[in-house]
Structures are given as C-alpha cells and as structure tokens.
Design a protein around this ligand. Sequence first.
Ligand code: 5AD
Length: 358
Amino acid sequence: MEQQRHLIDKLNYGGSLSREEWILLIEGRCEELAQYLFSLAREKCQEHYGRDIYIRGLIEFTNYCRNDCLYCGIRRSSRKIRRYRLTKEQILSCCRSGYELGFRTFVLQGGEDGAFNDEEMAALITSIRKSYPDCAITLSIGEKDRESYQAFFDAGADRYLLRHETANPGHYARLHPPGQTLKHRKQCLFNLKDIGYQVGTGFMVGSPYQTTADLAEDLLFIQNLNPQMVGIGPFIPHHDTPFASAPAGTLELTLFMLGLLRLMLPKLLLPATTALGTIHPRGRELGILAGANVVMPNLSPADVRKDYALYDNKLCTAAESAECRKDLERRMEAIQYRVVTDRGDSLNHSAQVTPAIN
Ligand code: 5AD
C-alpha cells in the first residue's frame, strides 16, 4: 500500500501518472487507501469550490434514438419501451419551472432523435437563450457534424456533454455496433472543444468487459482532452438489452475513480450522477464526499421520467425530481455542503467564465 499512497501523493502535488502507475494504483486499492484519497480529494475540491454544490436541471426531452449501444435501455432495438418526445412548449415550460426553483443551467439531453433536426434545435436554443440570458444551456444529444455543433453554439448553447464511454477502441467495439466508433466520438469531442464549448465527457464504471487497463486509458484520455466536466457512474444492466445479465459496476470502484479524477484535474466539475444514486441510497452524498461537486436533478415532466430508462430502477421518483430541491438541500447540508444557484462555470483556464449577455 505504500506504493499506492505514494502515487496518490504524487497526484496530489500535481504530478501525472503513467498507464502502469494508474493500473498499480487502481488494482492496489483498499478501504484505508480510499479514505486517504477521499480526504485529499475533498480538500482539493474545497480549495477551488469551497463547500458549494452546483445544480443542473436535466431535461430528458426525447427517448427516440438512432443508435444501438448494447448497454443502453433506449437503444434503437429496444422494442418494449414507450417512446416520447417533448414539444418545444413542454421543454420551455420545464425551463420555466426550473428557473423558479433556482436552476441556472439547463441540460437538454436526449437520444439521437432525427425529428429534432438542426433548425429545430437551433430555434429551441435561441428561445431558451432569449428567455434566460443569465442561464447556461448544456446540450447532450450525441454525435453530430461539426457544422451542427457550430450552429447550436451560435444559437446560444454554452456547454456539451458527450461521454467517450471507454477510451479503448477494442472495448468500445464490444459495447457498440460496428457503425459506431471511438474515433468518431473523440473527433466530436475535439470539435466541440475547438468551437468553444465547455465540454463534458465520461465513462461507465464496471461496464461489460472493462479491465483496469481500460480505466487507465480513460484517465489518460481525459487528462489529454482536459474537459471542464467528467460524468462517471456505475454501469447498471437494463433487462431488455444484450447486457441484461451482466453484473453492475460497484459503488466502491466508482467512488475511487471519482477521487482519482478530482486529484488529476482539481478544477473539474464532477457530478455525483443519477446512476450512483441508483445503486446506493446515499450514493450521491458518498460521491460528494469522494470529490464530486455537482448534482443534476431531473426537470422532465413527471409522466415521462420513467420512460427515459437507460438502465433498470433508474431514480425517477420524488427524491430525484426538481420539486424536491429542498430534500436535496437538506441532504447536502447534512454532510456540510450547500446547494448554490449560480451557473457554476468551471474554473478551468480554458472555460468561459463571463455570463452570456446576449
Ligand atoms: N448503465 C449506466 N449508465 C448508462 N448509460 C447508458 N446506459 C447505461 C447503463 N446501462 C450512460 C451512458 C451515456 C449516459 C447518458 O448514460 O454513459 O453516455
């Protein structure tokens, strides 16, 4: 364990680790080492962000998807789920109630739904931008052409979330059908950065066939991309996918990875994700105590929430709803953190920190 402790110290002092060192550190972890990592990760996070927890209002506006990711419950081949798409008016109404609840970031997340073409997306973004000049608009709608990303950016979108899922091309190929490649996903991420978006990427912990070497690749890729946000959560099987009987990722490894990410990129925006909250009743609190500093409650209308089922038992009950902001506040206060309502921009040097005023 001395060796692992030394590697954590190296990270804490700003050093970077090699692939072999990452593997040694992850494989050699134990409870005591994890506690050591989490205390440093909390300290590092508090240096930059204090005890502030940022909130993002998540609007899952369509569950139609042209992709067929093997792990995902809303994949094209899922025949049993009820498909829905919200109208522009419904989406704007989610923003309105979110704004009243104190949300200053709206995350428009959806499957890759051709019905929302570029013109429609741009018009939607323009409307939100006009109504909420003080809010950040985050998109999470998958792989698009550079021109589309540019058009959305010009319409007023500030941020984009696109998880790379796994940085090992061989592993990527086992999680996706042949038409979907890691190369294209990475190209999208670099295009988004180049255009000027604040970018979020991320991966699932414990996805089928994942090895420690794959996790090391994930960390190396993230270090190289240097995104403003990284979303990670445990893989959770969905009963109607090819991975229905694969084991879920663990809370323990997810928390450890959160701690490592915090030390590797101290100013990262690091959400304690819904998946983490799904595998353990205190998952999100534990995520924050391991170094996370963002939570993303659901602003979607209650009657469609259950249909955005990426995996089984996804949190979509009262505790997850934006109406329960008070509950979230109490949970954060119970661990001596506080929910703040500003846009919560990344302190990362390449982030734009001036609020939009158009
Ligand atoms: N378990 C956990 N996370 C999942 N995602 C998709 N399917 C699952 C699953 N079965 C994650 C992916 C995707 C994000 C929107 O949800 O990482 O990028």
